[in-house]
Structure formats: structure tokens, C-alpha cells
Design a protein around this ligand. Structure first.
Ligand code: URA
Length: 279
């Protein structure tokens, strides 16, 4: 039996290694109502009466049980994302298609599909990386600490969620808020491309390095690309079009690097000027 001091050492080791949350191998939805014990007793009595060969005797997966991971290859998963995304002709259909997609295992560890928020008729669309814990819980993008900073940033140039649209590259939270893998981003890319095509904003703002590298074919990182007007091109999502876009620092990065807020402010003013010039 480890001593209290040993357990504290172990905990400190995990914290130093960056662990800030305990996650299991499978999701546990602590927000779900507790199972009704009487219903559980009825179910187990029914289970005992079924023959082992009765297909209905295979109980549905219990919460916390191992969930199936996608067995599709990344190329096949990307192919089915392409098909589902391109069939969607409205945002509601796209959301529904994403809900049916089985090619990204993040879906099984997330609580909610985080689709988008704000005004889909807005001139400007902001695209972040992926939901965090707060977004996963609420089912809305950018509602946690960095979301509050993003709200303040856009408010500084006269925008809010009635005059801007906000979404992410990935609709599901990576466990423990880790960075999404290249494979997760690639497989889900058809959905965000279709999302952009359906919203059809006049200006795109790429919030952070992940959305910048996912949507622009550029070798440079966010430090080089932020504040520059670039072109987002779409030629495979139901028609060919181009949208002017600007990468900006992610608010989570600005929270750690306050000195960069000056640059972020300059970028926001450039976005405001561009939107005004389009009025
Ligand atoms: N960070 C993101 O990139 N998106 C969110 O929705 C929240 C945090």
C-alpha cells in the first residue's frame, strides 16, 4: 500500500507532466441522470430469461464500457466525410450528417457535437481549433475562458454573436484538451469546408495555428501569417470560390502571451476596416 507521501509525489509528477484532468479509456457522462435502479433490476431479470443465442441478449454497451473505435482507414474515413458533407445543402443537414459520421473516434469521447454559434448570415466567420471542456459541456464554441476573450476581442471591433458566426475545425473535443492530430483534422476537413461553403462569409478569420494550417496550404506558422490578408480557396466543396481570410492569434495563446495582444489588436482593426470597406 503506497504511503500518503508517495501518492502525493505521484500526483505532483502527473501535474508536472501536464495532466490537468482525469480521463478514462471511455467517456463517462456525469451529467446524465443516474440510472433508475428499478429499471435496471427489470432489465437484468429479462436478461436472465433470454437464451444465450438470442441476439437481443447482447446487452447494449454500458456507460464507461469500451466504445468501438473507427475501423475505417483515414482515407476511407475522409471519403465518407466527403460524401456526407457534400450531400448537405443546409446547415441543419450538415449538422445531421456530422452526427452520423463514424470516422473520427473523438466523437466517442466527447459529450456533444459542437457545431457553431452566432449568425450564419453574418459577413464574417471565425474558425477556431476544437472545443474545450466548457464547449463540450454546453455544445457551443468558444464559451470558456478563451471564448470570453474572443468575445471581448470581437466586441472591440463592434461585433458579437449576432453579427459574426463562430465555429471550429473539429466539432468534438480532443480528450484532456490535447492538440488534435493531423489525422483527426484531415478526416474532418470536408465538414468545415462545407460549413464555410454554406455560410459563405465575405471574410474568414482563422483563429490560431491549427485552423490556419488546416485551411491554407502554407508552410509558415501563425507567427508569420497572422495579420496578413490571404485567400481561402475551395474547389471541392460544391463549387469553386475564394474568400479573403486573415489568421489571428488564438485567444488561449494571448492569455499566455499578453505582450502579443498589441499585434492581435492591430489585426482586429484590419478586419474591421475590411468589413467596413465592404458595406
Ligand atoms: N478553443 C477553440 O479553438 N475553440 C473553442 O471552441 C474553444 C476553445
Amino acid at each position: 500500500m503506497p504511503t500518503r507521501a508517495e501518492l502525493l509525489d505521484l500526483l505532483r509528477w502527473h501535474v508536472d507532466a501536464g495532466v490537468d484532468e482525469a480521463v478514462g479509456d471511455a467517456p463517462t457522462d456525469h451529467f446524465k441522470a443516474e440510472p433508475d435502479p428499478a429499471a435496471a433490476r427489470r432489465e437484468s431479470a429479462a436478461d436472465r430469461t433470454r437464451a444465450p443465442s438470442d441476439p437481443s441478449s447482447s446487452a447494449s454497451p454500458k456507460r464507461g464500457a469500451n466504445v468501438p473505435l473507427s475501423l475505417e482507414s483515414p482515407a476511407a474515413a475522409k471519403g465518407s466525410a466527403d460524401l456526407l458533407a457534400n450531400e448537405a445543402s443546409t446547415l441543419a443537414e450538415l449538422r445531421d450528417a456530422m452526427g452520423r459520421f463514424e470516422g473520427c473516434s473523438l466523437k466517442h469521447t466527447a459529450m456533444n457535437l459542437v457545431f457553431g454559434d452566432g449568425n450564419p448570415d453574418a459577413d464574417v466567420m471565425f474558425i477556431g481549433e476544437a472545443p474545450g471542456a466548457d464547449e463540450d459541456r454546453e455544445g457551443l464554441p468558444f464559451v470558456g475562458v478563451s471564448g470570453r476573450l474572443l468575445d471581448r476581442m470581437i466586441a472591440a471591433i463592434g461585433l458579437d454573436r449576432t453579427s459574426a458566426y463562430i465555429t471550429n475545425i473539429l466539432p468534438w473535443r480532443p480528450p484532456g484538451n490535447r492538440k488534435p492530430t493531423t489525422n483527426e483534422v484531415t478526416v474532418c476537413l470536408p465538414f468545415i469546408r462545407r460549413h464555410i461553403a454554406l455560410v459563405a462569409p465575405r471574410v474568414l478569420v482563422l483563429v490560431g495555428g491549427t485552423s490556419t494550417s488546416a485551411l491554407l496550404d502554407r508552410p509558415e506558422g501563425i507567427t508569420r501569417l497572422r495579420g496578413r490578408w490571404l485567400i481561402y480557396r475551395d474547389d471541392d466543396s460544391g463549387g469553386e470560390f475564394e474568400i479573403p481570410c486573415m489568421p489571428i492569434y488564438h485567444p488561449a495563446y494571448l492569455l499566455r502571451q499578453a505582450a502579443l495582444k498589441r499585434d492581435a489588436w492591430r489585426d482586429l482593426l484590419a478586419i474591421q476596416e475590411r468589413l467596413r470597406s465592404m458595406e
